[in-house]
Design a protein around this ligand. Structure first.
Ligand SMILES: *Cc1c(COP(=O)(O)O)cnc(C)c1O
Length: 301
């Protein structure tokens, strides 16, 4: 029995005059619609970890994330749904109030442990071995962001739920790279997978792909000028783009990931990257809960 199953994903075609003029089609796979809280890709990335945790009889899942981490809340929800206890190691201490993300984590029964940034970094990179008291019999560790071949293998399941036979390009936002690695695994020959990094200094994507896809020598095409200053950074241009996109198409995006991805696609169509006849499949990975951290009224949706 699959733990998450692969729900059928709606694919919507966007109508945009510039795309029409260039004879390029713009499709979007609405993974944001699979769950109101959990990002579209996170459940998939967790799939094989949770399967392994269950198979090995573990009762508690331990993972890592920042105060606004989509991965953390997705893990909390998945564990809640599947009957695991969960512990979230949170980067940073001394918060004056708890983020909506962490409140949601608690709502799903996740226990939270706040650690200083340096200690967090060493815990996350040593997978919890440094300074964390874990119970080897019951605790199962999931790396930060699902960054592991199992995470990529789970993300590869995403394409099972959508008919992408005729897509020439599959585009997604990139944080750790696990999702784009999964798409590379699952893409058909001839389909180009495109990564839009949302971090300023993601220069080690080749190394990341090598770690995530052992034995498979594949690299996505990278559009790396669309981070808007770095992770979770935004400006009026991006917010305006999000509001206009929503107004014209009804597609809500999040400012951390999917808005930057959609902006990149549009800009690259404008610049002529996509040949006539291209069919671009954008992967809407969700993340909409992140918009709650913007000042009220910033977005029209
Ligand atoms: C986490 C996340 C991503 C990035 O996924 P990675 O596998 O870390 O590259 C993209 N979009 C959304 C909405 C996310 O929450």
């Amino acid at each position: 029995m699959p733990l998450t199953g692969v729900p059928e994903i709606a694919v919507q075609e966007l109508d945009d005059p510039m795309f029409r003029e260039r004879q390029v089609r713009w499709l979007i796979a609405r993974f944001d619609q699979t769950d109101p809280v959990v990002s579209g890709n996170k459940k998939f990335k967790l799939h094989f970890f949770l399967e392994e945790a269950r198979a090995s009889g573990k009762t508690r899942v331990v993972t890592f994330g920042g105060a606004f981490s989509n991965h953390l809340v997705a893990t909390a929800k998945a564990c809640h749904d599947l009957g695991f206890r969960s512990l979230g190691i949170v980067r940073g201490t001394g918060f004056t109030h708890e983020s909506h993300t962490l409140k949601a984590c608690r709502l799903y029964g996740m226990e939270l442990l706040f650690v200083e940034r340096d200690a967090y970094a060493s815990m996350a990179s040593n997978l919890g071995t440094a300074g964390l008291k874990l119970d080897a019999d019951n605790d199962y560790l999931v790396p930060e962001g699902g960054f592991h071949p199992l995470g990529a293998a789970g993300a590869a399941l995403m394409l099972d739920g959508i008919p992408v036979q005729n897509a020439t390009h599959i585009v997604c936002a990139t944080g750790t790279g696990a999702t784009v690695a999964g798409l590379l695994r699952a893409a058909k020959p001839g389909q180009e997978v495109v990564s839009v990094p949302v971090l300023k200094n993601l220069h080690d994507l080749p190394e990341r792909m090598a770690t995530l896809l052992p034995g498979l020598h594949k690299m996505p095409m990278v559009f790396d000028q669309y981070h808007f200053g770095g992770y979770a950074k935004y400006n009026a241009l991006l917010l305006d783009f999000m509001n206009t996109l929503y107004h014209n198409t009804g597609i809500p995006t999040d400012f951390v990931y999917t808005a930057k991805m959609m902006y990149a696609i549009k800009d690259q169509v404008k610049r002529g990257y996509f040949a006539e006849g291209s069919v671009i499949l954008a992967i809407h990975t969700g993340g909409l809960q992140g918009n709650l951290s913007l000042p009220a009224g910033t977005l029209v949706f």
